[in-house]
Design a protein around this ligand. Structure first.
Ligand SMILES: [Ca+2]
Length: 200
């Protein structure tokens, strides 16, 4: 990477700055995102999202760069790991929202790739269908575990769980319990239950 001149003037009052050598960001303690706080949105359904950043404690104005979803507390409620550019500790945000029904699914491919990357999973319960794709590398410089996470509200069972593998194989399971982590192996007629969620 080579040094370069600024394209225009910087408004320092708004936190703008220019470094001709971007490798010196950490050394100069500057903030690449001009202190824009991280934001968290709550899915309200029907394509509506509420900005709940101020409620989460995750609205740090640090240089957030990598974020992954992980369940660090073992209760199937997803937590967040955030890494800042330029140093600072890894930030862990424990999910303190009211617990909801959850289902985790991981895959083991036999004809497809080992982790089922690219597989499409559909969970049908009641009047709802949730579709997820196994694609763990979902943001800049961060990769999360190869796990599909469904929020299923109060549903105790998934009426129909369908896995469409990259190989073309399709598997369907009916009456799948929630509150667990399932491991589904390609073309195997039964699934394995790995974790049962801890009760609060
Ligand atoms: Ca958790």
């Amino acid at each position: 990477m080579h040094s370069s001149d600024a394209a225009g003037s910087c408004d320092e009052e708004r936190g703008e700055f220019w470094l001709s050598d971007p490798w010196k960001v950490g050394e100069t303690k500057r903030n690449l995102s001009a202190y824009e706080p991280n934001q968290v949105f709550l899915n309200m359904g029907a394509l509506r999202f509420a900005n709940i950043s101020y409620l989460t404690g995750a609205d740090s104005d640090g240089d957030g760069r990598g974020v992954v979803v992980a369940d660090v507390t073992g209760d199937l409620q997803p937590d967040l790991l955030v890494r800042q550019s330029g140093g600072g500790p890894l930030q862990v945000f424990r999910n303190g929202f009211p617990k909801t029904g959850r289902l985790e699914v991981s895959l083991r491919g036999t004809k497809s790739n080992a982790l089922g990357i690219g597989a499409r999973i559909e969970a049908q319960f009641g009047e709802r269908t949730i579709v997820r794709q196994m694609f763990p590398a979902n943001n800049f410089l961060a990769t999360q575990a190869s796990v599909i996470r469904f929020g299923v509200e109060s549903a105790k069972t998934i009426d129909r769980l369908t896995v469409r593998w990259p190989s073309g194989s399709v598997q369907t399971f009916e009456g799948v319990p929630t509150g667990v982590h399932l491991r589904i192996t390609e073309d195997k007629s039964t699934y394995d239950t790995l974790v049962v969620a801890r009760t609060p």
